[in-house]
Design a protein around this ligand. Structure first.
Ligand SMILES: C[S@@+](CC[C@H](N)C(=O)[O-])C[C@H]1O[C@@H](n2cnc3c(N)ncnc32)[C@H](O)[C@@H]1O
Length: 214
């Protein structure tokens, strides 16, 4: 679990009171830790995964989009919540998503997931479906660009979830001026000033912003 924002005892308590991932997701997390080494921290945490499945079940999207798939953890959580719709994944890495493809097959989800490889600022432009639910978890510098492309395609009442929006809490500390923290701060301000949406920041894992198009 990513417990950046919580006291360790509270973080432990949260783990103990959140439904655990199934063996397939646990195995994916273990394999990611082996093959991705220091990049493995990019994977969403189990509590976020459980949240994504629940929110997908509630929203019942016909078209769900994920920007930033990596080895597939979040995509599996979203795809498992689908009740008839499709998940369209966008990522630039053949290497990481080859792991995801293997797990989609094993999880019996391959027939409801589509993967488009390439820089998502380009591949999303070509995506012309109306989106019901989007999960944003790719390179942070492009969050504003992805946000605009997704918002243009999101239906009224549709949801966009953006990950890592609290940046370990650093966004609230002016002493932190690393590039990614500044990028996320700018993204958070942009969303807040957007009259098209209502927003709630959830202090889950590294911060998950839930944005609904009016
Ligand atoms: C934080 S990881 C995603 C983690 C994933 N959601 C999970 O649960 O495992 C970010 C992903 O964004 C992808 N990415 C980075 N830059 C990108 C770009 N310009 N276009 C598309 N994907 C990109 C990376 O290849 C990486 O797989």
């Amino acid at each position: 679990m990513k417990a950046y924002l919580l006291d360790p005892a509270v973080a432990r308590y949260v783990i103990e009171h959140t439904t655990r991932p199934d063996p397939l997701l646990e195995r994916l997390a273990e394999e990611t830790a082996e093959v991705a080494a220091s990049n493995a921290g990019m994977q969403i945490s189990p509590d976020q995964g459980r949240f994504l499945t629940m929110i997908t079940k509630l929203a019942q999207p016909r078209v769900a989009v994920e920007v930033g798939t990596f080895t597939g953890y979040s995509s599996i959580c979203i795809a498992r919540g689908l009740t008839g719709g499709r998940l369209h994944c966008f990522d630039v890495s053949e290497e990481w998503t080859s792991v995801a493809r293997r797990y989609w097959e094993e999880a019996g989800l391959a027939d409801r997931v589509t993967l488009t490889l390439g820089p998502a600022m380009e591949t999303l432009v070509a995506f012309d479906e109306t989106i019901d639910l989007a999960f944003l978890d790719a390179d942070k510098a492009n969050y504003p660009g992805y946000y605009e492309l997704l918002m243009e395609r999101l239906r009224p009442g549709g949801l966009l979830l953006a990950d890592n929006t609290l940046r370990r809490g650093w966004v609230a500390d002016p002493a932190h001026d690393e590039d990614t923290t500044v990028d996320i701060r700018q993204f958070n301000d942009l969303v807040m000033e957007d009259p098209r949406v209502s927003v709630v920041m959830l202090p889950v894992a590294d911060g998950l912003t839930m944005i609904m198009k009016n």
